[in-house]
Ligand binder design. Sequence first.
Ligand SMILES: [Cu+2]
Length: 151
Amino acid sequence: MLCMKRCIFLVLLLLIVSLLPVPLCKDVLAASGTQSQAYSPMADPGAKVQIGSGYYLVYGFDKKPKLGTVIMKVDIFKGDGGKDTSFQVKGDSGMPSMRGAHETGDRAFQLSKKGSYLLPIDIVMPGDWEIRLTILKDGKVFFRGRYNFDI
Ligand SMILES: [Cu+2]
């Protein structure tokens, strides 16, 4: 009888131990936030990108991205055409082929007087680049999109 109890205890313990690492790994991956899959590819600079019912954004750069610093600009519009500045915009950038080497982590775009969201992006070497946008409304993620380009 004692042995039976011990066996059941051991089986339960094994089950718990074998199940634990899976959710832990998923949490760590989700927290790193650098997985491209979570970000949908966006249309090219200058084009309308739908970001949810009734809203779209248009993004661009102060010059064609090249080595050095470029300023990224994001304008968010309500369906009727007016700018909406009630969002929070964050940007992460890096090279997909060198994951983790140049990632800046999410940085906040600054709202300009003209109602545009601005963020300097440092392109530090030639190759494949990715900018990942996160748009929040009332502190909740509203949209995630990425722009991939080569320098
Ligand atoms: Cu690199």
